[in-house]
Ligand binder design. Structure first.
Ligand code: PLP
Length: 396
């Protein structure tokens, strides 16, 4: 039994993946190398054939990257993690492993824009069909399933509408039909949602967001439930090549040490910001999993350990008012991405979800006036004061 098998998530973020090293350095070194020397020609051949274990070449494995991968697997409660060059590289590698020509995929309609573009325009070029559905509607998912459906892919809460999918129910449904469930757990991180506990088969992440938490790395991850699946992902990742380099792996692993603390603060701040927005006369509607007005509030309470730091809302003045507000923020940064320590504000229809096109956005309820905020860990009174003064700019 490994030393971290019984640890809480709060301890795992600090200790998982940190192993004894040559000099007993408390923080393991960064192995900034592309390749590893062999003891002999025979040993090199044995490493390649799998007769002995060790590092060969950093696309195939690197100790700094492996340390992060062990941490990710421990946090998600999976068998093995695979660090990828971006969230999109992780999603692409997952589809390339689980699907082949002739297969069908059911995908939530409210997903990160480029994920939607990938399943709608790139996978069909390889003979893989996709049906987009409202993942909060179980019968819509069931209706979309075909005999050749191999994967049901969901983001929950979905980006940017924060629609929630019942993970236990969708996993049971998928397994009845011989399909696997893949979830993008980026919005929650393993601190707030443990998908394997609900029967999910594969977890993917954009490490760029909450896991790294400091807006200075682009990265992604796949976490596999069992050894067979892990080896299949490893083989495809090795051939496709979308790996995370050692320095970025080190930074993400360092960021993870404060993940539990940060997620707690993101949740607290976002709950207060959501309350403020819901009571503001300039706001038409607010979506936040911690608000009772969220349509899937009860499912959120069942499967999520906190509401997260993401809020979507629309102003009464629609798109024009939203633009005025975004141009008037001072503390919040007008930028895409999310999950960093700083609060970010952006407009999905013209930014993160522009690539999916107006029709797909309409189907996913991503209205033109929707504004998305990633609530940071600043003093919440400062965030609220900033949003308030920015909304005052609308009236003048
Ligand atoms: C939910 C979600 N999944 C995946 C991605 C893609 O991640 P990356 O930008 O690291 O490729 C993003 C990016 O914003 C995202 O928000």
């Amino acid at each position: 039994m490994k030393k971290h098998d019984k640890m809480s998530l709060e301890s795992l973020v600090i200790h998982a993946g940190i192993e004894e090293n040559e000099y007993l350095a408390v923080v393991p070194p960064i192995y900034q190398t592309s390749t590893f020397a062999f003891d002999s020609a025979e040993q090199g051949a044995a490493l390649f054939s799998g007769e002995c274990q060790g590092y060969i070449y950093s696309r195939m494995g690197n100790p700094t990257v492996v340390a992060l991968e062990k941490s990710l697997a421990a946090l998600e409660g999976g068998y093995g993690g695979l660090a990828c060059g971006s969230g999109m590289a992780a999603i692409h590698t997952t589809f390339a492993t689980l699907l082949q020509a002739g297969d069908h995929l059911v995908c939530s309609d409210a997903v990160y824009g480029p994920t939607c573009t990938l399943v709608e325009t790139i996978l069909p070029r390889y003979g893989i069909d996709c049906t987009l559905v409202d993942s909060s509607n179980l019968s819509a998912i069931e209706e979309a399933i075909r005999p050749n459906t191999k994967v049901i892919y969901v983001e929950t809460p979905g980006n940017p509408t924060l629609v929630i999918c019942d993970l236990e129910a969708v996993s049971a449904l998928a397994h009845r039909h011989g399909a696997k469930v893949v979830i993008d757990n980026t919005f929650m991180s393993p601190i707030l949602q443990q998908p394997f506990r609900w029967g999910v088969d594969v977890v993917v992440h954009s490490l760029t967001k909450f896991l790294n938490g400091h807006a200075d790395v682009v990265g992604g991850a796949i976490v596999a439930k069992d050894q067979e699946q892990y080896l299949a992902f490893r083989k495809v990742l090795n051939q496709l090549g979308g790996i995370l380099p050692p320095f970025e792996s080190f930074l993400v692993h360092r960021g993870i040490k404060t993940l539990a603390l940060r997620m707690g603060r993101h949740c607290e701040n976002a709950a207060k910001v959501a309350d403020f927005l819901e009571q503001h006369s300039a706001v038409e509607w607010v979506r936040f999993p911690g608000l009772k007005s969220h349509p899937q509030y009860e499912i959120a309470r069942k499967q999520m350990l906190g509401p997260g730091g993401m809020i979507s809302f629309e102003l009464r003045g629609g798109l024009e008012a939203g633009r005025t507000m975004m141009n008037a923020v001072k503390l919040c940064v007008l930028a895409v991405s999310l999950g960093g320590v700083e609060s970010l504000i952006q407009h999905p229809a013209s930014m993160t979800h522009a690539s999916m096109g107006a029709e797909a956005r309409h189907r996913a309820n991503i209205t033109d006036g929707l504004v998305r905020v990633s609530v940071g860990i600043e003093g919440v009174e400062d965030i609220i004061a900033d949003l308030d003064q920015a909304m005052n700019a609308i009236k003048s």
